[in-house]
Design a protein around this ligand. Structure first.
Ligand SMILES: Cc1cc2nc3c(=O)[nH]c(=O)nc-3n(C[C@H](O)[C@H](O)[C@H](O)COP(=O)(O)OP(=O)(O)OC[C@H]3O[C@@H](n4cnc5c(N)ncnc54)[C@H](O)[C@@H]3O)c2cc1C
Length: 597
């Protein structure tokens, strides 16, 4: 059976030494998050994921969800109990406001839990993940009545949440959306239409399901300007908060899919279901963006999580599997062959995954801390700068962590040779599960376009300039540090490539937008490599300092530094090829006549 050990120690290095969480203790909720408390909380979270979630991953894959003739859906054996253990531990409300029953702790801790859960059992982790996204949207855009009606139960975990955007003819282009909303005259609306691919749309783990649904109010303008957001409960809620009769929403069928079998992906039929407006009429996309942005970051974390669990299993296998001898002579002469971890190509593969995972985890935590600042700081300038960071980095975290996360799951599978292709080792499931992360929450090509087309130029390029300035200043400040030499020069070079690519777009994409479209994915990855390189430089600085303090951490910090050097020497140079691809422009891409494809 596949193994999983939540990387608590690595997270604590990030939260104690790289981005010290104590520095944020002026923010609400952080005073309680002392390093000891954080370690204790994450230790408990790790236990839940390792002992309750991970053992069900295979079961979920093999058994999948079952829809019954009455439209109800049963989740795989054990999922309900594991979800109950999750809610009983108060994990759903870990960082939700205390006013509605949450614990008010930093969102950053929730991001860590998202990684642990998604690594242990991606399909199961999606049920609470979507609920937390729905909670975030209701908190920002729900009326007081709606908040009081839904939030306490959702934060308790008694009710779960979903997001309903996609329709058969309308995925990326939400302007095509047809689901309609007709006023009932009592403040509610009758919602009618079909939504497809709705994750956790129906299941047996909660008493009620709170659907957030995009629909067009009768007479609203066409396109994205006529879309509104509604809350549509599966079971209507009485004024006293108790459950009333079934609403007109049901699961028509379950999708048969490549992975995440334990998550119910539903066709949802809305037949005049009662719904209530969230936010303003025709501003539904704006309201839904709160949930989408949360979900995009969470999906990026899912990419990292699949990469991490696949890596852990590949390392265990590579230490155990005996094949061939080391190129420099037998390393284990008493055995019939050496373990495959002695082979340079195996080590290269494993190190490239490890170097990505550790930096990606840092990038996630850096961004999660910015999210806490953006939502909790009393200083407007600080909030704005954190918000800029989130806007800029969200498509990078989503797109890069899932593209590379999937690649890494394949690389880890490769370490098993033919055994990786056989279901019993579990590697095939990691590959199949990781694949969806590149597609949902906005396919990665769309993330790249969001970065290049919207985020770069927003507010006169304020966010991207702040990023360049921060990385540039770090390089300058540390240029004289001999111990960081292996990190600063490659980072500086990568940053230069990113700046050149940005300039190239400014000069060549405004008059010719195809240049932006053709180079967007390369740019997103170039950005990702530089951001991860920056994380490595910061981690190397922290590792040097920690090593100097002694405390028996030298071996661990040396391993950290070696991994970082691998990133700088073997992975950072990709910035040059990405820049070359971007600045070749769109001509060759667009030259082929459609009929010749
Ligand atoms: C398992 C699963 C779970 C899901 N869960 C949910 C959920 O809970 N809620 C929900 O609402 N939806 C959900 N989805 C839907 C998912 O978000 C969409 O599938 C996704 O957004 C893409 O839409 P589409 O499938 O219609 O593809 P399309 O929009 O048809 O896109 C097809 C391809 O064309 C590309 N493309 C499209 N337009 C452009 C453009 N302008 N420029 C460049 N490239 C473009 C896309 O990148 C993509 O590669 C889920 C899907 C799956 C498979």
């Amino acid at each position: 059976m596949p193994v999983y050990k939540a990387p608590v120690e690595d997270v604590m290095f990030l939260l104690n030494d790289v981005f010290p969480i104590e520095r944020y203790n002026n923010l609400p909720g952080f005073a309680d998050a002392t390093p000891d408390t954080v370690e204790a909380i994450l230790g408990e979270g790790a236990k839940l994921c390792e002992e309750a979630f991970a053992p069900l991953n295979r079961v979920g894959d093999e058994e999948g969800c079952t829809r019954h003739p009455d439209g109800s859906v049963t989740t795989p054996k054990g999922f309900k109990d594991a979800y109950e253990a999750f809610t009983a531990g108060g994990w759903m409300g870990l960082s939700a406001p205390e006013e509605y029953g949450g614990q008010g702790l930093p969102t950053t801790l929730n991001s860590v839990m998202q990684e642990f859960m998604s690594a242990a059992n991606l399909a199961l982790g999606m049920y609470p993940g979507l609920t937390q996204g729905a909670i975030a949207a209701l908190l920002v855009h729900g009326s007081d009545t709606i908040k009081k009606t839904y939030l306490p139960k959702m934060i308790e975990g008694a009710w779960t949440g979903t997001m309903n955007l996609t329709e058969p003819h309308c995925g990326t282009d939400l302007g095509l959306l047809k689901t309609k909303a007709v006023p009932n005259g009592d403040g509610s609306y009758a919602i009618t239409g079909t939504k497809i691919f709705i994750s956790a749309g129906e299941h047996d783990m909660a008493d009620n399901i709170v659907h957030l649904v995009l629909a067009r109010i009768e007479g609203a303008p066409a396109g994205t300007k006529g879309i509104s957001l509604f809350v549509v409960p599966k079971i209507l809620v009485k004024e006293d908060g108790s459950l009333a009769e079934r609403n007109g929403v049901s699961c028509g069928s379950l999708e048969h899919k490549m992975g995440i079998h334990g998550n119910a992906t539903c066709v949802m039929n809305y037949d005049g279901a009662k719904g209530w407006l969230i936010g303003q009429e025709n501003r539904g996309l704006n309201a839904m963006f709160v949930m989408m942005n949360e979900a995009r970051l969470a999906v990026g974390v899912q990419g990292l999580a699949q990469s991490e669990v696949a890596y852990q299993n590949a390392v265990a296998y590579a230490k155990d599997r005996l094949q061939g001898r080391s190129l420099t002579g037998p390393k284990f002469p008493d055995k019939p062959a050496d373990p495959i971890i002695v082979h340079p190509d195996v080590r290269r593969t494993l190190l490239s995954i490890k170097a990505f995972n550790e930096a990606a985890r840092a990038l996630v935590l850096w961004t999660a801390l910015k999210s806490d600042v953006a939502h909790r700081s009393s200083d407007e300038a600080e909030r704005q700068s954190a918000d800029d960071h989130m806007g800029l980095l969200t498509p990078v975290v989503k797109g890069v962590l899932t593209d590379v996360g999937f690649d890494n799951a394949v690389k880890a599978q490769q370490m098993f040779g033919g055994h990786g292709y056989i279901e019993e080792w579990g590697m095939s499931q990691f590959v199949r599960d990781a694949r969806i992360t590149m597609i949902y929450e906005g396919a990665n090509g769309i993330q790249a376009m969001d970065l290049v087309g919207r985020k770069l130029g927003k507010d006169g390029g304020r966010a991207v300039m702040a990023f360049f300035n921060e990385v540039g200043a770090f390089c300058q400040e540390n240029a004289g540090d001999e111990n960081l030499k292996a990190f600063i020069a490659p980072l500086q070079q990568g940053l230069g490539h990113l700046q050149q690519a940005t300039m190239w777009f400014m000069q060549n994409a405004v008059a010719k937008p195809d240049n932006a479209g053709a180079g967007a994915t390369d740019y997103m990855h170039l950005f990702g490599i530089v951001a991860l390189g920056y994380m490595w430089a910061k981690m190397a600085k922290a590792a040097n300092a920690k090593k100097a303090q002694g405390n028996g951490v030298a071996a661990r910090m040396d391993a950290k530094l070696l991994t970082g050097r691998f990133f700088m020497e073997r992975m950072m140079p990709e910035t040059a090829s990405r820049l070359a691809a971007i600045s070749s422009g769109a001509d060759i891409t667009m030259a082929m006549p459609v009929e010749m494809f």
